[in-house]
Design a protein around this ligand. Structure first.
Ligand code: ADP
Length: 443
Protein backbone atom coordinates (compact mmCIF):
# COMPACT_ATOMS: atom_id res chain seq x y z
CA UNK A 1 0.00 0.00 0.00
CA UNK A 2 1.09 3.56 -0.68
CA UNK A 3 3.10 4.75 2.37
CA UNK A 4 1.67 8.26 2.01
CA UNK A 5 -1.89 6.90 2.36
CA UNK A 6 -0.78 4.65 5.19
CA UNK A 7 0.41 7.72 7.08
CA UNK A 8 -2.31 10.25 6.26
CA UNK A 9 -5.52 8.17 6.29
CA UNK A 10 -5.29 7.12 9.99
CA UNK A 11 -4.14 10.64 10.97
CA UNK A 12 -7.07 12.29 9.17
CA UNK A 13 -9.45 9.64 10.56
CA UNK A 14 -8.25 10.37 14.11
CA UNK A 15 -8.80 14.13 13.62
CA UNK A 16 -12.17 13.45 11.97
CA UNK A 17 -13.19 11.29 14.95
CA UNK A 18 -12.36 14.11 17.37
CA UNK A 19 -14.23 16.64 15.21
CA UNK A 20 -17.26 14.29 14.97
CA UNK A 21 -17.20 13.86 18.79
CA UNK A 22 -17.08 17.65 19.19
CA UNK A 23 -20.03 18.03 16.72
CA UNK A 24 -22.18 15.49 18.61
CA UNK A 25 -21.44 17.20 21.98
CA UNK A 26 -22.24 20.59 20.42
CA UNK A 27 -25.65 19.32 19.41
CA UNK A 28 -26.38 17.67 22.76
CA UNK A 29 -24.80 20.09 25.28
CA UNK A 30 -24.04 23.28 23.41
CA UNK A 31 -20.85 24.96 22.15
CA UNK A 32 -18.83 25.51 25.35
CA UNK A 33 -18.48 21.91 26.64
CA UNK A 34 -17.97 20.64 23.08
CA UNK A 35 -15.15 23.12 22.29
CA UNK A 36 -13.56 22.47 25.71
CA UNK A 37 -13.51 18.73 25.14
CA UNK A 38 -12.18 19.18 21.57
CA UNK A 39 -9.35 21.33 22.94
CA UNK A 40 -8.50 18.71 25.59
CA UNK A 41 -8.48 15.91 22.97
CA UNK A 42 -6.23 17.92 20.59
CA UNK A 43 -3.93 18.84 23.48
CA UNK A 44 -3.67 15.16 24.46
CA UNK A 45 -2.84 14.24 20.84
CA UNK A 46 -0.09 16.89 20.63
CA UNK A 47 1.23 15.82 24.03
CA UNK A 48 1.45 12.16 22.93
CA UNK A 49 3.33 13.18 19.74
CA UNK A 50 5.74 15.34 21.76
CA UNK A 51 6.30 12.39 24.15
CA UNK A 52 7.33 10.16 21.25
CA UNK A 53 9.52 12.91 19.77
CA UNK A 54 11.30 13.13 23.09
CA UNK A 55 11.77 9.34 23.19
CA UNK A 56 13.21 9.44 19.65
CA UNK A 57 15.67 12.19 20.52
CA UNK A 58 16.67 10.31 23.69
CA UNK A 59 17.21 7.10 21.67
CA UNK A 60 19.42 8.94 19.17
CA UNK A 61 21.92 9.64 21.98
CA UNK A 62 22.50 5.88 22.31
CA UNK A 63 20.99 4.28 19.21
CA UNK A 64 20.89 0.58 20.16
CA UNK A 65 18.17 -1.45 18.49
CA UNK A 66 17.18 -3.03 21.84
CA UNK A 67 16.36 0.42 23.33
CA UNK A 68 13.72 1.41 20.75
CA UNK A 69 10.19 1.94 22.24
CA UNK A 70 7.07 0.39 20.63
CA UNK A 71 5.12 3.57 19.78
CA UNK A 72 1.55 4.23 18.87
CA UNK A 73 -0.16 5.16 15.61
CA UNK A 74 2.31 6.31 12.94
CA UNK A 75 5.11 5.95 15.51
CA UNK A 76 4.72 2.14 15.50
CA UNK A 77 5.70 2.14 11.84
CA UNK A 78 8.52 4.66 12.32
CA UNK A 79 10.02 2.78 15.28
CA UNK A 80 9.80 -0.64 13.61
CA UNK A 81 11.54 0.71 10.48
CA UNK A 82 14.20 2.35 12.60
CA UNK A 83 14.60 -0.97 14.47
CA UNK A 84 15.16 -2.90 11.20
CA UNK A 85 17.66 -0.32 9.91
CA UNK A 86 19.57 -0.29 13.15
CA UNK A 87 19.60 -4.11 13.45
CA UNK A 88 20.99 -4.49 9.88
CA UNK A 89 23.55 -1.86 10.70
CA UNK A 90 24.60 -3.64 13.89
CA UNK A 91 24.85 -6.95 12.02
CA UNK A 92 27.10 -5.57 9.28
CA UNK A 93 29.20 -3.80 11.92
CA UNK A 94 29.71 -7.10 13.80
CA UNK A 95 30.61 -8.82 10.52
CA UNK A 96 33.03 -6.04 9.69
CA UNK A 97 34.67 -6.23 13.14
CA UNK A 98 35.03 -10.00 12.83
CA UNK A 99 36.46 -9.70 9.33
CA UNK A 100 38.90 -7.04 10.50
CA UNK A 101 40.03 -9.26 13.40
CA UNK A 102 40.56 -12.18 10.98
CA UNK A 103 42.48 -9.92 8.60
CA UNK A 104 44.67 -8.64 11.44
CA UNK A 105 45.40 -12.18 12.60
CA UNK A 106 46.27 -13.26 9.04
CA UNK A 107 48.58 -10.26 8.70
CA UNK A 108 50.22 -11.17 12.03
CA UNK A 109 50.82 -14.74 10.92
CA UNK A 110 52.00 -13.82 7.42
CA UNK A 111 55.71 -14.67 7.02
CA UNK A 112 56.07 -11.84 4.51
CA UNK A 113 56.27 -8.23 5.61
CA UNK A 114 53.54 -5.75 4.60
CA UNK A 115 53.92 -1.99 5.03
CA UNK A 116 51.15 0.41 4.05
CA UNK A 117 52.36 3.89 3.11
CA UNK A 118 50.75 6.97 1.64
CA UNK A 119 51.75 8.36 -1.75
CA UNK A 120 54.72 10.24 -0.27
CA UNK A 121 55.98 7.18 1.61
CA UNK A 122 54.80 8.07 5.10
CA UNK A 123 54.25 4.94 7.13
CA UNK A 124 50.64 4.18 8.03
CA UNK A 125 50.72 0.56 9.17
CA UNK A 126 52.97 -2.49 9.10
CA UNK A 127 52.73 -6.13 10.21
CA UNK A 128 55.15 -7.87 12.64
CA UNK A 129 57.10 -9.57 9.81
CA UNK A 130 57.81 -6.16 8.26
CA UNK A 131 58.88 -4.87 11.70
CA UNK A 132 61.32 -7.77 11.93
CA UNK A 133 62.63 -7.55 8.36
CA UNK A 134 63.07 -3.79 8.28
CA UNK A 135 63.62 -2.99 11.96
CA UNK A 136 60.47 -0.84 12.11
CA UNK A 137 57.95 -0.35 14.87
CA UNK A 138 54.38 0.17 13.72
CA UNK A 139 53.60 2.34 16.75
CA UNK A 140 56.83 4.30 17.10
CA UNK A 141 57.43 5.00 13.40
CA UNK A 142 53.86 5.74 12.32
CA UNK A 143 53.80 8.92 10.24
CA UNK A 144 57.53 8.83 9.53
CA UNK A 145 58.98 8.66 6.05
CA UNK A 146 59.95 5.11 5.13
CA UNK A 147 63.12 6.29 3.36
CA UNK A 148 64.30 7.73 6.69
CA UNK A 149 63.66 4.41 8.39
CA UNK A 150 65.09 2.02 5.78
CA UNK A 151 68.52 3.47 5.28
CA UNK A 152 69.93 1.66 2.29
CA UNK A 153 71.33 3.22 -0.91
CA UNK A 154 69.83 0.40 -3.03
CA UNK A 155 66.40 1.04 -1.55
CA UNK A 156 66.79 4.78 -2.18
CA UNK A 157 67.70 4.10 -5.83
CA UNK A 158 64.67 1.83 -6.16
CA UNK A 159 62.41 4.61 -4.87
CA UNK A 160 64.06 7.31 -7.01
CA UNK A 161 63.89 5.24 -10.21
CA UNK A 162 60.33 4.17 -9.37
CA UNK A 163 60.50 0.97 -11.44
CA UNK A 164 58.06 -0.78 -9.18
CA UNK A 165 57.07 -3.44 -11.72
CA UNK A 166 60.31 -5.26 -10.76
CA UNK A 167 61.07 -6.38 -7.17
CA UNK A 168 64.36 -5.37 -5.58
CA UNK A 169 66.78 -7.80 -3.92
CA UNK A 170 68.13 -5.98 -0.91
CA UNK A 171 70.86 -6.90 1.57
CA UNK A 172 69.60 -5.33 4.78
CA UNK A 173 70.41 -6.04 8.44
CA UNK A 174 72.25 -9.27 7.57
CA UNK A 175 69.26 -10.53 5.61
CA UNK A 176 68.57 -10.99 1.93
CA UNK A 177 65.19 -9.38 1.34
CA UNK A 178 63.07 -9.28 -1.78
CA UNK A 179 61.29 -5.95 -1.61
CA UNK A 180 58.40 -4.93 -3.85
CA UNK A 181 56.37 -1.73 -3.87
CA UNK A 182 52.82 -1.99 -5.21
CA UNK A 183 50.79 1.20 -5.65
CA UNK A 184 47.13 0.78 -4.73
CA UNK A 185 44.05 2.95 -4.37
CA UNK A 186 44.82 6.42 -5.52
CA UNK A 187 47.18 7.68 -2.90
CA UNK A 188 48.55 4.59 -1.17
CA UNK A 189 51.36 2.09 -1.69
CA UNK A 190 52.11 -1.30 -0.21
CA UNK A 191 55.67 -2.41 0.44
CA UNK A 192 55.99 -6.20 0.55
CA UNK A 193 59.14 -7.85 1.94
CA UNK A 194 60.10 -11.50 1.58
CA UNK A 195 63.00 -12.96 3.54
CA UNK A 196 65.10 -14.91 1.04
CA UNK A 197 68.14 -15.42 3.33
CA UNK A 198 67.59 -19.16 3.68
CA UNK A 199 66.78 -19.69 -0.02
CA UNK A 200 69.86 -17.69 -0.96
CA UNK A 201 72.00 -19.74 1.42
CA UNK A 202 70.66 -23.04 0.04
CA UNK A 203 71.17 -21.78 -3.49
CA UNK A 204 74.74 -20.79 -2.66
CA UNK A 205 75.37 -24.19 -1.05
CA UNK A 206 74.00 -25.89 -4.17
CA UNK A 207 76.21 -23.77 -6.44
CA UNK A 208 79.26 -24.44 -4.25
CA UNK A 209 78.50 -28.14 -4.15
CA UNK A 210 78.22 -28.38 -7.94
CA UNK A 211 81.42 -26.35 -8.39
CA UNK A 212 83.30 -28.48 -5.85
CA UNK A 213 81.98 -31.78 -7.16
CA UNK A 214 82.88 -30.83 -10.74
CA UNK A 215 86.33 -29.77 -9.63
CA UNK A 216 86.84 -33.00 -7.66
CA UNK A 217 85.77 -35.11 -10.64
CA UNK A 218 87.72 -33.08 -13.17
CA UNK A 219 91.10 -33.75 -11.55
CA UNK A 220 91.10 -37.57 -11.85
CA UNK A 221 89.35 -37.32 -15.21
CA UNK A 222 92.13 -35.03 -16.53
CA UNK A 223 94.72 -37.56 -15.38
CA UNK A 224 92.90 -40.46 -17.09
CA UNK A 225 92.33 -38.52 -20.33
CA UNK A 226 95.99 -37.39 -20.32
CA UNK A 227 97.23 -40.97 -20.04
CA UNK A 228 94.82 -42.18 -22.71
CA UNK A 229 96.06 -39.47 -25.09
CA UNK A 230 99.69 -40.46 -24.48
CA UNK A 231 98.82 -44.14 -25.01
CA UNK A 232 97.08 -43.28 -28.30
CA UNK A 233 99.98 -41.18 -29.59
CA UNK A 234 103.02 -43.28 -28.84
CA UNK A 235 104.03 -46.87 -28.44
CA UNK A 236 104.71 -47.45 -24.73
CA UNK A 237 106.91 -50.12 -23.24
CA UNK A 238 105.22 -52.64 -21.00
CA UNK A 239 106.56 -51.16 -17.75
CA UNK A 240 105.42 -47.59 -18.51
CA UNK A 241 102.07 -48.83 -19.77
CA UNK A 242 101.52 -50.81 -16.56
CA UNK A 243 102.48 -47.80 -14.44
CA UNK A 244 99.98 -45.66 -16.41
CA UNK A 245 97.26 -48.28 -16.08
CA UNK A 246 97.85 -48.44 -12.30
CA UNK A 247 97.54 -44.68 -11.98
CA UNK A 248 94.43 -44.63 -14.15
CA UNK A 249 92.83 -47.36 -12.01
CA UNK A 250 93.60 -45.35 -8.88
CA UNK A 251 92.02 -42.25 -10.38
CA UNK A 252 89.02 -44.31 -11.50
CA UNK A 253 88.59 -45.60 -7.95
CA UNK A 254 88.81 -42.05 -6.66
CA UNK A 255 85.97 -41.00 -8.94
CA UNK A 256 83.99 -44.05 -7.89
CA UNK A 257 84.42 -43.20 -4.17
CA UNK A 258 83.43 -39.64 -4.81
CA UNK A 259 80.26 -40.56 -6.68
CA UNK A 260 79.35 -43.18 -4.05
CA UNK A 261 79.78 -40.59 -1.26
CA UNK A 262 77.77 -37.99 -3.17
CA UNK A 263 74.95 -40.48 -3.72
CA UNK A 264 75.02 -41.48 -0.03
CA UNK A 265 74.79 -37.83 1.00
CA UNK A 266 71.94 -37.06 -1.35
CA UNK A 267 70.08 -40.19 -0.12
CA UNK A 268 70.58 -39.13 3.51
CA UNK A 269 69.23 -35.68 2.78
CA UNK A 270 66.27 -36.87 0.76
CA UNK A 271 62.86 -36.90 2.39
CA UNK A 272 61.90 -39.76 0.09
CA UNK A 273 64.47 -41.96 1.78
CA UNK A 274 63.12 -42.58 5.26
CA UNK A 275 65.25 -44.42 7.80
CA UNK A 276 64.26 -48.06 8.39
CA UNK A 277 64.70 -48.50 12.14
CA UNK A 278 65.90 -51.87 13.41
CA UNK A 279 67.71 -53.22 16.46
CA UNK A 280 71.39 -52.38 16.12
CA UNK A 281 73.69 -54.64 18.13
CA UNK A 282 76.56 -52.37 19.02
CA UNK A 283 79.15 -55.01 19.93
CA UNK A 284 78.66 -56.49 16.43
CA UNK A 285 78.79 -53.06 14.74
CA UNK A 286 81.87 -51.81 16.59
CA UNK A 287 83.67 -55.14 16.03
CA UNK A 288 82.99 -54.85 12.29
CA UNK A 289 84.26 -51.24 12.29
CA UNK A 290 87.41 -52.39 14.17
CA UNK A 291 87.99 -55.22 11.62
CA UNK A 292 87.67 -52.76 8.69
CA UNK A 293 90.00 -50.26 10.37
CA UNK A 294 92.57 -52.99 11.00
CA UNK A 295 92.30 -54.01 7.34
CA UNK A 296 92.89 -50.41 6.23
CA UNK A 297 95.75 -49.92 8.68
CA UNK A 298 97.46 -53.15 7.57
CA UNK A 299 99.16 -53.51 10.92
CA UNK A 300 100.53 -49.98 11.09
CA UNK A 301 98.43 -49.00 14.14
CA UNK A 302 97.24 -50.51 17.36
CA UNK A 303 93.43 -50.51 17.20
CA UNK A 304 91.45 -51.41 20.34
CA UNK A 305 87.77 -51.35 21.26
CA UNK A 306 85.56 -51.34 24.38
CA UNK A 307 81.79 -51.74 24.22
CA UNK A 308 79.76 -51.24 27.40
CA UNK A 309 76.74 -49.27 26.13
CA UNK A 310 73.35 -50.76 25.21
CA UNK A 311 71.96 -51.73 21.79
CA UNK A 312 69.95 -49.07 20.02
CA UNK A 313 67.16 -48.67 17.49
CA UNK A 314 68.39 -47.15 14.24
CA UNK A 315 69.72 -48.03 10.82
CA UNK A 316 72.62 -50.52 10.99
CA UNK A 317 73.90 -49.60 7.52
CA UNK A 318 73.84 -45.86 8.14
CA UNK A 319 75.54 -46.15 11.55
CA UNK A 320 78.09 -48.57 10.10
CA UNK A 321 78.86 -46.00 7.39
CA UNK A 322 79.17 -43.15 9.95
CA UNK A 323 81.23 -45.02 12.57
CA UNK A 324 83.32 -46.59 9.79
CA UNK A 325 84.09 -43.13 8.37
CA UNK A 326 85.31 -41.91 11.77
CA UNK A 327 87.50 -44.98 12.25
CA UNK A 328 88.93 -44.84 8.72
CA UNK A 329 89.73 -41.13 9.20
CA UNK A 330 91.60 -42.03 12.40
CA UNK A 331 93.68 -44.59 10.47
CA UNK A 332 94.30 -42.20 7.56
CA UNK A 333 95.31 -39.25 9.73
CA UNK A 334 97.43 -41.16 12.28
CA UNK A 335 101.03 -41.86 11.37
CA UNK A 336 102.23 -45.48 11.58
CA UNK A 337 102.87 -46.64 15.13
CA UNK A 338 99.97 -44.63 16.58
CA UNK A 339 97.05 -45.99 18.54
CA UNK A 340 93.31 -45.79 17.86
CA UNK A 341 90.68 -46.61 20.46
CA UNK A 342 86.99 -47.20 19.72
CA UNK A 343 84.48 -46.99 22.60
CA UNK A 344 80.72 -47.32 22.90
CA UNK A 345 79.32 -46.36 26.27
CA UNK A 346 76.33 -44.84 28.01
CA UNK A 347 77.09 -41.48 29.63
CA UNK A 348 74.97 -39.28 31.90
CA UNK A 349 73.61 -37.20 29.03
CA UNK A 350 73.46 -39.86 26.31
CA UNK A 351 75.18 -42.59 24.33
CA UNK A 352 78.62 -42.05 22.88
CA UNK A 353 80.68 -43.72 20.18
CA UNK A 354 84.19 -42.29 20.47
CA UNK A 355 87.14 -42.70 18.13
CA UNK A 356 90.34 -41.52 19.83
CA UNK A 357 93.58 -41.36 17.90
CA UNK A 358 97.12 -40.20 18.48
CA UNK A 359 97.30 -38.75 14.96
CA UNK A 360 98.17 -35.42 13.37
CA UNK A 361 95.33 -33.56 15.13
CA UNK A 362 93.53 -30.45 13.87
CA UNK A 363 94.08 -26.73 14.64
CA UNK A 364 91.09 -25.09 16.37
CA UNK A 365 90.24 -22.76 13.45
CA UNK A 366 89.35 -25.75 11.23
CA UNK A 367 87.25 -27.72 13.71
CA UNK A 368 83.90 -25.96 13.20
CA UNK A 369 84.15 -26.36 9.41
CA UNK A 370 85.13 -30.04 9.18
CA UNK A 371 81.61 -31.32 8.50
CA UNK A 372 81.17 -28.99 5.48
CA UNK A 373 81.21 -30.85 2.20
CA UNK A 374 84.66 -31.02 0.60
CA UNK A 375 86.31 -29.17 3.48
CA UNK A 376 89.76 -30.54 4.15
CA UNK A 377 92.56 -29.28 6.37
CA UNK A 378 95.25 -30.72 4.14
CA UNK A 379 93.97 -31.37 0.61
CA UNK A 380 96.94 -33.39 -0.60
CA UNK A 381 96.97 -35.69 2.43
CA UNK A 382 93.24 -36.31 2.05
CA UNK A 383 93.66 -37.23 -1.64
CA UNK A 384 96.74 -39.39 -0.99
CA UNK A 385 94.64 -41.47 1.38
CA UNK A 386 91.64 -41.75 -0.99
CA UNK A 387 89.67 -39.07 0.89
CA UNK A 388 86.65 -37.50 -0.78
CA UNK A 389 86.10 -34.65 1.68
CA UNK A 390 82.54 -35.89 2.22
CA UNK A 391 83.10 -38.40 5.05
CA UNK A 392 82.30 -36.12 7.99
CA UNK A 393 79.35 -34.55 6.13
CA UNK A 394 77.92 -38.08 5.84
CA UNK A 395 78.60 -38.71 9.56
CA UNK A 396 76.80 -35.48 10.48
CA UNK A 397 73.75 -36.38 8.41
CA UNK A 398 73.52 -39.95 9.72
CA UNK A 399 73.68 -38.67 13.30
CA UNK A 400 71.10 -36.00 12.53
CA UNK A 401 68.73 -38.69 11.25
CA UNK A 402 69.25 -40.55 14.54
CA UNK A 403 68.67 -37.43 16.66
CA UNK A 404 72.37 -37.15 17.48
CA UNK A 405 75.32 -34.79 16.98
CA UNK A 406 79.04 -35.02 16.27
CA UNK A 407 81.53 -33.55 18.77
CA UNK A 408 85.14 -33.01 17.80
CA UNK A 409 88.00 -32.49 20.26
CA UNK A 410 91.45 -32.13 18.81
CA UNK A 411 94.83 -30.51 19.19
CA UNK A 412 97.28 -30.14 16.33
CA UNK A 413 100.08 -32.70 16.62
CA UNK A 414 98.53 -34.48 19.61
CA UNK A 415 95.58 -36.44 18.24
CA UNK A 416 91.81 -36.21 18.01
CA UNK A 417 88.59 -37.52 19.53
CA UNK A 418 85.53 -37.73 17.31
CA UNK A 419 82.43 -38.41 19.43
CA UNK A 420 79.13 -39.47 17.89
CA UNK A 421 76.51 -38.58 20.54
CA UNK A 422 73.11 -40.26 20.38
CA UNK A 423 70.11 -39.62 22.63
CA UNK A 424 69.06 -42.13 25.31
CA UNK A 425 65.71 -42.31 23.55
CA UNK A 426 67.46 -44.46 20.93
CA UNK A 427 68.15 -47.27 23.45
CA UNK A 428 66.53 -50.50 22.24
CA UNK A 429 64.03 -52.15 24.60
CA UNK A 430 65.32 -55.13 26.64
CA UNK A 431 65.17 -58.36 24.69
CA UNK A 432 63.38 -61.25 26.36
CA UNK A 433 65.81 -64.03 27.34
CA UNK A 434 66.25 -66.62 24.61
CA UNK A 435 64.50 -69.96 25.47
CA UNK A 436 67.73 -72.02 25.83
CA UNK A 437 69.02 -69.49 28.40
CA UNK A 438 65.82 -69.88 30.38
CA UNK A 439 66.21 -73.67 30.20
CA UNK A 440 69.82 -73.61 31.34
CA UNK A 441 68.87 -71.35 34.28
CA UNK A 442 66.11 -73.71 35.37
CA UNK A 443 66.80 -75.55 38.64
P1 ADP B 1 88.34 -36.71 3.91
O1 ADP B 1 87.76 -37.64 2.94
O2 ADP B 1 89.16 -35.63 3.31
O3 ADP B 1 88.97 -37.41 5.05
P2 ADP B 1 86.32 -36.02 5.83
O4 ADP B 1 85.04 -35.28 5.67
O5 ADP B 1 86.25 -37.39 6.36
O6 ADP B 1 87.05 -35.93 4.46
O7 ADP B 1 87.22 -35.16 6.81
C1 ADP B 1 87.40 -33.79 6.57
C2 ADP B 1 88.77 -33.34 7.01
O8 ADP B 1 88.84 -33.44 8.44
C3 ADP B 1 89.88 -34.18 6.50
O9 ADP B 1 90.29 -33.76 5.21
C4 ADP B 1 90.94 -33.96 7.54
O10 ADP B 1 91.67 -32.77 7.26
C5 ADP B 1 90.15 -33.74 8.83
N1 ADP B 1 90.10 -34.95 9.68
C6 ADP B 1 89.11 -35.85 9.75
N2 ADP B 1 89.37 -36.81 10.64
C7 ADP B 1 90.58 -36.51 11.18
C8 ADP B 1 91.41 -37.11 12.17
N3 ADP B 1 91.04 -38.22 12.81
N4 ADP B 1 92.58 -36.51 12.46
C9 ADP B 1 92.95 -35.39 11.82
N5 ADP B 1 92.21 -34.77 10.87
C10 ADP B 1 91.05 -35.31 10.56
Amino acid sequence: MNPKLLFWVPAVLRMGLILAGVGVLWMLFGATPALALGLVAMGALVFIQLGYLYQLSDWLDNPESSRLPDGWGAWTNIFSRLYRLRRDDEKSQTELTEWLARFRQAMHLLPDGVVIMDDVLFLEWCNPAAEQHLGLSGQRDKGMRVTNLIRSPDFMDYIILGRYEQPLTLSFRERKLIVHIIPFENRRQILVTHDATETERTEMMRRDFIANASHELRTPLTVIVGFLEIAAMEELDKQTRNAHLKLMTEQGHRMQHLIEDMLTLSRLESVDYPMRPERVELHKLVAQVQRDARGLSAGKHEITMAVSGPDIVGSYDELYSAFGNLASNAVRYTPAGGTIHLTWKEGVSGLKFTVEDTGIGISPEHISRLTERFYRVDKSRSRETQGTGLGLAIVKHVLLRHGGVLQIKSEAGKGSSFIACLPKAAIAPEQPNPPELLLSNAP
